[in-house]
Design a protein around this ligand. Structure first.
Ligand SMILES: [Cu+2]
Length: 135
């Protein structure tokens, strides 16, 4: 009985959300033809565009310490000729990349404020950190 109630609640939510989604699409299309963007769409694209880069070069992460806003996607690129990894120093590990070959990238989106240390598991002396905080 309890699960049936839950299912009904979920369906109810869809019924409520449906028109909102359609409204959003209509608004976006209207904005296209007018050449202006509604404020909600502008805000959405701003959050979606937040990203920051860390270069892996000469056995170093550059920058070694980087501060980003919550929701930022950090992209690491390996420029060395040998493989490196990007591994969270926290336990349990928040993120762990596979070995990155030359020009390979790895990305992770940081949602919560905090200090996130990480290292390369192939060369544990390679350490760096991402600081996530509201700016
Ligand atoms: Cu390495």
């Amino acid at each position: 009985m309890k699960s049936l109630y839950k299912t009904m609640r979920v369906r109810h939510l869809f019924v409520m959300m449906g028109p909102l989604l359609i409204l959003g699409v209509v608004q976006a299309k209207a904005a296209d033809s007018q050449g202006t963007m509604p404020q909600s769409a502008a805000a959405t694209s701003q959050t979606a565009a937040m990203s920051a880069k860390v270069e892996i070069e000469n056995f170093d992460f550059t920058p070694m310490t980087m501060t980003v806003s919550p929701g930022t996607t950090v992209v690491w690129t390996n420029h060395d000729d040998i493989p490196h990894t990007v591994v969270s120093a926290d336990e349990p590990k928040l993120f762990k990349s596979p070995p990155l070959d030359t020009d390979d990238t790895y990305s992770f989106t940081f949602q919560k404020p905090g200090t996130y240390k990480y290292f390369c598991s192939v060369h544990p002396k390679m350490v760096a950190m991402i600081v996530v905080k509201e700016k």
